[in-house]
Design a protein around this ligand. Sequence first.
Ligand code: ZN
Length: 170
Amino acid sequence: MENKPQPQKIEDDVVVSLDYTLFIDGQEVDSSKDTGPIHFIQGLGNIIPGLENELYDMTVGDEKSLDIKAEDAYGEIDEEAIIDIPRSEFPADLVLKPGAEIEIESQEGERYAAIILEATDEKVVLDFNHPLAGKNLVFEIKIVGLRNATEEELEHGHAHDPSSHSNHSI
Ligand code: ZN
């Protein structure tokens, strides 16, 4: 059923393969150089909106440098996502180091990652914001592949490349 011609430029429902390097405050913090390009379906919000919106009409080989404000990336820091929890709710022998990441399971069994901001005998302050919340991002990107999404991929809402590091999403 795949009679559509190969896409020549980025539009909705095209699977994009993208190489990127991410800089924050002039420092390189992440790159696809080691992991290989990421693959995602354009137009479905698989990646941050500030990046996705800039990709339309780009084609294989195109490169771009993008400044993306926090509000178009991982959002501003939400003070309500910084939560005090009594120390007594954690196992007594659990080491709680400020700066370390911890995973918390909700009563519904969902897991959330948080950064420990503070840990005293009385309370533990956890920050559930995305680590990149509040940050302005600079991406250097290069389009390395385009193809049509399969019907299965569109049903699932994500790309299926076996080589994909799709949990390494941006
Ligand atoms: Zn799937």
